[in-house]
Design a protein around this ligand. Structure first.
Ligand code: NI
Length: 389
């Protein structure tokens, strides 16, 4: 039991790919070099390549006789962040950084592709999906809109994300919601401005905004089932530009996170009810602009069991964390899970391997190369189990 021996043998090569990608981070829909590198490697392994879905997306396909078809997905893009690490493979592109470990995801899926192309120990079709623009660009959604699953039909689709803080080489696997839906809102409160010394002649939108911010929290604490989870965060408040003037209006912006679609659907009307009610009490009005983002990432029950079995077959019962606490972060693999049944798992990388050991999206983050063979072996085991030879 443990990682697949043949994969372990090219650990050094996978580390090289990973560090090369880390050194050359590219932002959403500009992953040209990374996409070239992936295509070049897949070609080298003798895998059929399709390019151009969602601009920089790459799909590699191995057909090995009749059998089920599976999709395995990795993401290619980096973040607009200045890297503060000083090691040799630190970013050479100013203001861009692989701070979410997508370099590691790409290297692990390439590792699995290399192994499966030579072992061919399965019967059916494996599609290796390398998607652009996971970080706020909806690259996964765009690939689907451009016909991903018509061009590459799959019975099920699987994703993986590294997770700092979970012991290195362990997997978090659970059915149901694992990552949240992420929506945005703009809320404008319209009062009546005037002299700050004459508040009785004004409708002060700042006092009203303060009430609205705290009252919005009752949606999460009083209108939502206590076991369900909602986050409403007002993250920006803009108003006024003088010491002695009450402004006409206040603009607020923020984000809403939910897991259950039915809960998500109710939030805009709840927010409007609260904001309008508070405004009415003071004679003000408001406007809400609610923008839906990535949906929740929801794992199907059978495919979650399939993922769990692959982990246990590969590494044993003590390397799996079943039903980990979901994250309120978001992920655009959610669109693939809306289109096809599947499962998205977390792979622990231990205390982050950056210079300070830290979480995703930190300027000190680095992927932990020790787990590269573990991730690639997980993919290969999933294929072996689901597409039996
Ligand atoms: Ni990520």
């Amino acid at each position: 039991m443990g990682v697949i021996k043949e994969i372990e043998q090219f650990h050094a090569e996978m580390t090289e790919w990973r560090r090369d990608i880390h050194r050359h981070p590219e932002l959403k829909y500009e992953e040209n070099r990374t996409s070239d590198l992936v295509a070049e490697k897949l070609h080298e392994f003798g895998i059929e390549i399709h390019r151009g879905l969602a601009k920089t997306g790459v799909v590699g396909t191995i057909r090995n006789g009749d059998g089920p078809s599976i999709g395995l997905r990795a993401d290619l893009d980096a973040l607009p962040l200045e890297e503060k690490n000083t090691f040799k493979h630190a970013s050479s592109n100013p203001g861009k950084m692989h701070a979410c470990g997508h370099d590691g995801h790409t290297a692990m899926l390439l590792g699995a592709a290399k192994y499966l192309a030579s072992s061919k120990n399965f019967k059916g079709t494996v599609n290796f999906i390398f998607q652009p623009a996971e970080e706020g660009g909806g690259g996964g959604e765009l690939m689907i809109k451009e016909g991903l699953f018509e061009k590459f039909p799959v019975d099920s689709v699987y994703g993986l994300h590294n997770w700092p803080g979970m012991p290195a080489g362990t997997f978090g696997v659970g059915a149901g919601p694992i990552m949240a839906a992420a929506d945005l809102f703009d809320l404008t409160i319209n009062g009546r401005g005037g002299h700050a010394a004459l508040p009785d002649q004004c409708i002060d939108p700042i006092v009203i905004a303060a009430q609205v911010v705290s009252t919005l929290q009752t949606i999460t604490s009083r209108n939502t089932h206590p076991v369900d989870s909602v986050v409403i965060s007002v993250t920006q408040i803009h108003a006024g530009d003088a010491y002695n003037v009450i402004p006409d209006s206040v603009r607020m912006h923020g984000t809403v996170r939910t897991f259950l679609p039915e809960t998500r659907d109710k939030i805009p009307s709840s927010m409007l009810r609260v904001a309008e009610g508070v405004c009415a009490a003071y004679g003000a009005t408001c406007e809400l602009n609610y923008k839906t983002g990535y949906p929740a990432t929801i794992n199907a029950v059978p495919e979650s069991e399939i993922s769990a079995k692959a982990v246990v077959d590969l590494l044993g019962e003590d390397k799996i964390i079943r039903n980990p606490t979901p994250s309120m972060g978001a992920e655009d693999f959610s669109y693939m899970l809306q289109a096809r049944p599947g499962c998205y798992v977390w792979l622990g990388i231990g205390p982050g391997k950056g210079e300070f050991g830290c979480m995703l999206h930190s300027s000190h983050y680095d992927f932990n190369d020790d787990v590269l063979p573990t991730g690639a072996s997980y993919w290969a085991t999933l294929v072996k189990n689901e597409l039996p030879a």
